[in-house]
Design a protein around this ligand. Sequence first.
Ligand SMILES: *[C@@H]1O[C@H](CO)[C@@H](O)[C@H](O)[C@H]1NC(C)=O
Ligand SMILES: *[C@@H]1O[C@H](CO)[C@@H](O)[C@H](O)[C@H]1NC(C)=O
Length: 990
Amino acid sequence: MRSSVLVAASLLHLLVLAAADKCSWQNCPAYTQNEDVLNVHLICHTHDDLGWIKTVDQYYWGSKRELLTVGVQYIYNTVIDELEKDPSRRFSLAETGFLWRWMLTHDERQHERLKKLIQNGQIEMIGGGWVQNDEAASHYIEIIDQMSWGLQYLNRTFGECGRPKVGWQIDPFGHSKEYANLCSKFGFNALFFARMHYLEKAKRIQERNLEFVWDSSDDLKTAILTGAFFQDNYGPPPGFCFDRFCGDDPIMDNEELEGYNVDQKVQMFVEHIKKQRSAQRHNHIMLLMGSDFQYSDANTWYTNLDKLIKYVNEKANGTVKVFYSTPSCYVDALTGSGVHVEKKSDDFFPYASSNHSYWTGYFTSRPTFKRFIRESNAFMQLLKKLDSFAFVNGGTPKWFSKLDRSTALTQHHDSVTGTAKQAVTDDYAKQLYRGWEQGTATLNGMVNQLTKKTESSSSLPVQKFCLLNETNCDISQKSPNFTVTVYNSYIQAVVRIVRVPLHFQAAKVFDPKGVEIHSEVVKSFLTSQLPSEGRAPFELQFSVTVPPLGFVTYFVVGQQSGVEDAQRLEKLRRQKNATTRWRRNLKTNETTVSNGVVELTFDANGLLKAFTDLASKTTKPLRQEFLFYKGMGNDHIQPTGAYIFRPNGSKPFPVAPSASLKIVKTNLLVEMRQVFSPWVSQVIRLVANKKVVEFQWTVGPIPKEKVNPVAKEVISRFTTDIASDGYFYTDSNGRQMMERRRNSAPAYTYENTEPVAANYFPITSTVYIKDAQSQLTVCTDRSQGGSSLQDGQIELMVHRRAFHDDHWGVEEPLDEPGRTGKGLVATGSHFLMLEAAGDAKLKQRVLAQEVFHEPFLTFAELRTPVEDYLKQRKTEFSGLLTPLPPQLNVLTLELVKKGVLILRLEHILQNIDDKVLSAPFNIDLKGMFAGFEIVNVEELTLGANERIVSSDFSTQSPLRFSRLSSTGKTNVKMGPMDIKTFRLEVRPVQ
Ligand SMILES: *[C@@H]1O[C@H](CO)[C@@H](O)[C@H](O)[C@H]1NC(C)=O
Ligand SMILES: *[C@@H]1O[C@H](CO)[C@@H](O)[C@H](O)[C@H]1NC(C)=O
């Protein structure tokens, strides 16, 4: 059953009009209502990637001309010149990250010229994010941030007329339902893009369905008018590319000279218009006049577009009316045309441009970079949250730091996707490092502030990060005595076993009160895949409890002479009742390992075989193994590469038939250390009494044959007996769960041309399969591609290495050298839960949050005895005064200026997740946080760039987002999947 909806005018729109002078959407060109005439909206635009072939700053300046001669600064300069010549000319501008660069490098007089063009409606801001973010690998927190900073920057710089009205995702390689949902929460009236699966595209053209209303959340009932472009790109119709770097002839309109082509051009133009009209339901035609880095000499464009408008209007016998327009003027015209469109509720993954070109490789490409981005964002959230408390105690706000900018930058659809050149990726990593440097300084200032006991407290020892994945730690190597500070940006307290690189065989650990606690020392797992330099031979384990929105400091006192202390520790250890155990069955050679709640069984080959829930005494088969697909090389038209996943055959090869298995057990946790091959190893970790199993994989360097190397795509595969019946579930940017069905597509007739790649979906944080009894869930610590190619199975692609370019523009094979030049080694974790079906949903949501908010650890030298330290410094801090319900999350707590915070609250459950906990609930902001008192509350749109002023809109129109009133009340109602954004005016309390 298809339902179609009337695209109705937006009241929101009209309301805002009254206030401002003449923004682009108030200054729309006149069009005709005559049904026999086609209105052609020329949308002048440029698509400027924040890094891809060149780095973002090379693109901005126009350096590295040998790669590409364009420079974005010239685009702004020449567009401004050309617009000033004629008030009917229009331009639409996306990518706030470039706008910021232009503002930074131009003076007041130039700023005024640009502002004027925005105020008189000649320039319309579209999209408005810092970048055009990816929609597969970006986490929703990352998307909200990068969009908000762009939107807030526009508001602060240009006011009301700088506010974008449409989402603009013209280049990303697939589109998520959650992004569409967020767009309606940003207050956009419509969303535009270019790319969709070629079969869906063909069907939509045939059914005149390129424009539709996207139902983007079952919980929030959001809907957004969505327009996919008629052509397979976001450029002009063939023959009408007038950029200085295009090959098309200009319009030559003087018969005294050779080359007169006006009639021919008009003819061609009208033919294209008619073709596009036949795929539409109304008389408005939107033409994208511009493309990648175009308008660096805007004169070539406007000279010819002026003529095109003149001659088509003159010579098309009144059947066509062409004019300069903008996306929101087009949306306005469309809503005025009374057109009915269809609805859609699934998403646009995976994207395929043809039968063998499935863009599902980039879900995994550059796995370590993807993790670095995610971790950087988590670090930034921590800083922002804790800094809010430090500030009210007298710290200084640092809005828009390097970390903010670099985490926003790397959400770009050629960055987090892993589809930029290696040199550009190195530049992104450098920007993130700069962010960490500045962020670490901020952290030090903040901790110093929050731990001071008196104004004369001695200065806090410098806090540093360590490479814990590689058991590499400067401080613990140099100094036998050190502090470990553990930070928690989540709003629930966390209990963790921390593992600290240790260069001594023994150490004492003291808790934040100075009381010695139980700790364990084990030998490090030093896999030969990583360089051994600087790596600690031992690991110290101890349990920490970190309060919500806070941190705690523990003390490690190293012991040079091991013997006596080893005995002492042994005693401490024996006092504890061990819940962890393991044994090997000599007859079957099977090994079982238990942590008190879960028992894992490994077969004689060292591979995981079964999972037992000790409480319910149920055992399920559970196999985990590593395999790889061989990728197509360039003897095929479409090789596998940075964008494309194209395996040669649908059967993956096992990395090894068996693994060596070593069990390392303490009272706190058991590690099952597996070595599969010289390039694949894994630690499976069971923490005492916890039901989640961690699989920490280390993959690389992926072998490269000396002659004719073959691409390899490495997967970790979990196999159970769950009767999943072809279905599996993957998250949409870490938020709503999407139902996926193998060898099937909701929107078109599936063709099985790529049996593996076409079944791959982005897994930003979570994938699960289920039947009536059980659910198997895997949460990831970064985005990856994955699928369920057999019932009962989940596979995740963890790493890939390819040796040929895949012909989509990057012109480099995805052959990452890594630190040694021999190939990149990637390490990361999968967190697995096998639960009874009914119990899994809340646990799965909380697990995903915990993985995102994994505590950070800093280390500092301890130069004084613990007692002295305790006299000088507080060792515990929490920003939360009362415990909050598990279905709530504080998404954002961000200081924007003195006394003003942005707070975002989120209900992490969907309606279908839990009968009780999914229900709406009320929460009072008063008394929630420590250190400040709320003086005033205002509700803002998701981008925090606009106040929500009125609640008297009906929510029937798909073009409108529902607006709630700002009452100044601190009591807030949160329904399933709600995200609410508030501006808090606060005053410190001691
Ligand atoms: C306009 O009409 C004339 C005369 O009928 C015809 O020759 C010409 O092709 C038409 N032009 C267009 C663009 O349709
Ligand atoms: C938008 O900018 C204006 C002008 O600078 C400012 O007064 C207003 O508070 C801003 N809106 C928000 C929600 O920050």
